[in-house]
Design a protein around this ligand. Structure first.
Ligand SMILES: [Ca+2]
Ligand SMILES: [Ca+2]
Length: 226
């Protein structure tokens, strides 16, 4: 936008002022873009279909009494018949009067030595208590790197509760595993799971690389102007 004036006034006080303005604009735009890209990459959810809104279980694996349920189909009762915590689909453990033997798991890419934060929403389909044993299995798919039991004691019409825990990966992949561990014997209660995410707790290498590129861009611009 200043190019014509820049050409006419090069070397004059006005030209120097225009150069300064252009340089400041360039710094601001590079910094803004770098921050945006870095923030997006750092917050990426490593779990696919963590809110179950694809309407399918894939790529999750399930065994035992695990069901994909929908508020749309009327087979999902939560909070007085309202929608699931996020969207219309959620997971029900021991749906109806079935035995509490459901297991749900998904394997995702990690980097050894980095810390990750697991988050999910869990509750009961109506007043009562349910519990879920949440584990992170390491790169060998067997050793548990972290365990956390979520116990929910909702009354009717209460929203799901958000649970969090962290782990340090030991290999290029980790597995998040939910195992129903219902303590009570009331068959009409179900455990409800939604909004599952795993995010890196520190900026990922990709974010740091973007930051370096941004800073290098600034340095290059500076030398060209000099
Ligand atoms: Ca959902
Ligand atoms: Ca049940």
């Amino acid at each position: 936008m200043f190019s014509k004036y820049e050409e006419l006034s090069r070397g004059t006080p006005l030209g120097q002022k225009i150069e300064q303005e252009l340089y400041l604009m360039k710094i601001k735009s590079i910094l803004a873009m770098t921050v945006l890209l870095a923030a997006g990459a750092a917050n990426a959810n490593l779990i696919t279909n963590g809110n179950f809104e694809s309407g399918k279980l894939t790529p999750w694996n399930g065994s035992g009494n695990v069901s994909l349920v929908s508020a749309k189909g009327g087979d999902f009762w939560f909070g007085g018949g309202s929608a699931a915590q996020d969207g219309v689909y959620a997971i029900a453990f021991n749906s109806g009067d079935k035995a509490p033997d459901g297991v749900l798991w998904q394997t995702f890419a990690t980097q050894a030595g980095l810390t990750y934060t697991v988050s999910f929403d869990y509750g009961t389909s109506r007043g009562g208590s349910q519990s879920l044993l949440t584990s992170i299995l390491g790169g060998d798919g067997v050793a548990a790197l972290a365990n956390m039991t979520a116990t929910a004691s909702n009354t009717d019409h209460q929203p799901l509760i958000t649970y969090n825990f962290s782990f340090v990966a030991d290999g290029s992949q980790s597995t998040l595993r939910f195992a129903d561990s219902r303590q009570n014997s009331t068959g009409s209660l179900d455990g409800i799971l939604d909004n599952v995410s795993v995010v890196s707790a520190v900026p990922e290498p990709a974010s740091l690389a973007l930051l370096c590129i941004g800073m290098a861009g600034l340095g290059f611009g500076r030398r060209k102007k000099a």
